[in-house]
Write a protein that binds this ligand. Structure first.
Ligand code: PEP
Length: 245
């Protein structure tokens, strides 16, 4: 089994000073957890946070990148640039990118491929909307989101990435999937990956907090968490990481 991963997505929150303070608090209080912690600050703060993390075991990631390597793409950031800034991970296909910025599966697949070509580990985010769940389409939707990436990069490369199951209705809503609901989907993802995916990290995301993490992390196919709101408080994020240990 892969080392458990706890990833903190800061989204578009915080000043540079707040980003430095939060990363400093994490570094000062990190213990020898048997879990890999990774934080995903806003792009503009990556360099500052990278300096704070230097010498610590906390990894750095970015929230978004271009699918293109370089060129006339105003406002975009490439995987090579993120790598140079100290990133090891990149989120691809976060539901906010899909719903608010119109990212479609094929673009997500291109980003996944571009990330790996530059030596970043992509965290592929998948998940169904409330309406899709109510229509009984959860497993179908998640499988389709994963299959488009599989077709683009092949099963082995897909399995070298990380997959985060994040039901859209649970993100930022305070409504968390039950451990059974989450395990059902994680089990189906593991099955979809087949023998190549035995060690692939499968994260759960969606309103994870210290108070609900233990039961989620106890599930057989949940190898860690992608945490949004609760990652903005050092104590809460550290507590979640500790619960995974
Ligand atoms: C996320 O941003 O991926 C997320 C899961 O957010 P939250 O924990 O706030 O629901």
């Amino acid at each position: 089994m892969a080392k458990p991963l706890i990833a903190g997505n800061w989204k578009m929150h915080g000043t540079a000073a707040e980003a430095v303070a939060l990363s400093r608090q994490l570094v000062e209080n990190e213990q020898s957890f048997c879990v890999q912690m990774a934080i995903f600050p806003p792009t503009l703060h990556l360099g500052l946070v990278a300096s704070e993390l230097s010498g610590s075991s906390i990894a750095l990631g970015a929230q978004n990148m271009s699918e293109y390597r370089s060129g006339a793409f105003t406002g975009e950031v490439s995987a090579d640039m993120l790598k140079e800034a100290g990133c090891g991970y990149i989120l691809v296909g976060h539901s906010e990118r899909r719903t608010l910025f119109g990212e479609v599966d094929s673009t997500v697949a291109d980003k996944f491929k571009a990330a790996q070509n530059s030596g970043l580990v992509p965290i592929l985010c998948v998940g169904e909307t409330l309406q899709q769940r109510q229509q009984g389409l959860t497993l179908e939707v998640v499988a389709e989101q994963i299959n488009v990436v599989k077709e683009k990069v092949g099963i082995e490369s897909l399995c070298h990435g990380v997959i985060a199951y994040e039901p859209v209705w649970a993100i930022g809503s305070g409504e968390v999937a039950s451990p059974e609901q989450a395990q059902l989907v994680h089990g189906a993802i593991r099955e979809l990956l087949g023998s190549s995916g035995i060690d692939t990290s499968l994260l759960y995301g969606g309103s994870v907090k210290a108070s609900n993490a233990v039961e989620l992390f106890a599930q057989r196919d949940i190898d860690g968490g992608l945490v949004g709101g609760a990652s903005l408080e050092a104590d809460e994020f550290l507590k979640i990481a500790q619960l995974m240990t």
